[in-house]
Design a protein around this ligand. Structure first.
Ligand code: ZN
Ligand code: ZN
Ligand code: ZN
Ligand code: ZN
Length: 404
């Protein structure tokens, strides 16, 4: 506990977390030592990386998923539908079944099989997953599965038939079966992380989409919390190797032994929407500190977040008028360290860790401490990349972080 301070470098990241069996929560990741705010907890390369839609093939390198330079892109010599950013990426190429499917009918075959983006995503996933070497496929299949989709939501049999029709028979992997396809789709739904399109100043954040999806076996062990203590970043356009690695950083100090959680979606989602998503895609009901508070809100109280900061702040005040003190303060979790906000105990969390760029709702985590251990006090948004100084979050000691 009182050991010599450790230098929080990328190299130490492997030691920061350990896998633990958590009562009532299954496997999860806990802090293997005391962690300081902003520390890199995990930096991990993907085992699978695939384009989110057919249109993203035109904008991003099919090997490294960096934005394609406007000129001098290198088309795939086999399918002519994918493009690469450099000779090295062209040599690395892209998944062979996906390439074959894109060659099918000059690329029209895949477009016809997947007319909507909702079908393109799982089809591009399957073509990429079935191109994996057998050992990687085995590690994919060892990940936890999402529950079966609601009826009509995903046609695994139809997707399986499309894969079999699009790939030349001699290229189809051994073991290809409708059951394996359904099993892989459940891994995708339960474990894929989005790698986002680059944010450009002034663009509508609602239009911000995934450029690719990626599977990271260790990062997929993070459990969800609606008041997470860590969040993940991607930096796909940064130069050098590892541009598609997921990077997870601590929002605040985390004591040794405490579970480290991320939020599986934007933290401003309403209670009912969070519960629905977690149940459908991950098969559990969330009973975190925040959900315990918000489960007691009346339905019409539960509309914070969608309409911007103002709504959220008013919501906290409305609660005072509507109900007075109904004991919510007792539920206060460690995300709320300030006093005086008994009816919206997590306001401090939102003010400090949610991006205030209009419509963004990304999560802010401090930049990593310097090599000599100095905290950065600069927060970075994991969606739009905005940097915000700590003193701009909480103007002075007198305000408790609650905005009125
Ligand atoms: Zn590339
Ligand atoms: Zn190709
Ligand atoms: Zn929750
Ligand atoms: Zn942001």
């Amino acid at each position: 506990m009182e050991s010599a301070p450790q230098t929080p470098t990328m190299a130490a990241a492997g030691d920061v977390l350990r896998v633990a069996d958590l009562p009532g929560r299954g496997r999860g990741l806990v802090a293997a030592r005391n962690v300081r705010e902003g520390e890199v907890l995990l930096s991990e390369p993907p085992v699978l990386l695939y384009p989110s839609t057919l249109s993203s093939l035109r904008s991003y390198c099919s090997a490294c998923f960096r934005s394609l330079p406007p000129a001098a892109t290198i088309p795939c010599v086999s399918c002519r539908a994918a493009a690469f950013c450099s000779p090295a990426c062209a040599a690395a190429s892209h998944p062979h079944l996906l390439c074959a499917a894109l060659s099918h009918g000059g690329g029209a075959g895949l477009a016809a099989a997947a007319p909507t983006e909702a079908i393109q995503e799982p089809l591009l996933f399957l073509l990429s997953a079935y191109s994996l070497p057998e050992s990687t496929m085995r590690s994919m299949l060892s990940l936890s599965s999402a529950p079966p989709p609601p009826p009509g939501a995903q046609d695994a049999a139809g997707l399986h038939a499309a894969v079999a029709a699009l790939a030349p028979p001699h290229m189809l992997p051994q073991g290809l079966s409708p059951d394996l396809t359904a099993a892989l789709l459940a891994k995708d739904r339960g474990n894929s992380f989005a790698i986002m399109e680059p944010y450009r100043h002034g663009m509508s954040l609602e239009l911000l989409k995934a450029r690719a999806y990626a599977v990271y076996p260790r990062a997929s062990l993070f459990n969800h919390d609606c008041l997470p203590n860590a969040c993940h970043f991607d930096y796909p356009d940064r130069p050098g190797p590892g541009n598609t690695d997921i990077v997870v950083r601590a929002l605040h100090d985390i004591p040794e032994g405490r579970e480290v959680c991320i939020s599986y979606f934007a933290a401003n989602w309403r209670y009912a929407d969070r519960q629905r998503r977690l149940l459908e895609d991950y098969g559990f009901r969330c009973e975190c500190d925040r959900c315990q508070v918000e489960s007691q809100w009346k339905d019409d109280d539960d509309n914070n977040g969608d309409d911007g900061d103002d709504t959220m702040e008013e919501e906290g005040e409305d609660d005072v008028g509507d109900r007075g003190d109904d004991g919510i303060e007792e539920e206060e979790g460690d995300g709320a360290t300030n006093g005086g906000d008994d009816d919206f105990p997590h306001a401090y969390f939102f003010v400090r860790y949610l991006c205030d760029n209009e419509g963004c709702w990304g999560m802010l985590a401090p930049l990593p401490p310097s090599p000599n251990g100095d905290l950065s006090h600069v927060f970075e948004c994991n969606l739009c990349g905005k940097l915000r100084k700590e003193e701009d979050v909480i103007p002075d000691e007198g305000t408790s972080g609650m905005v009125h």
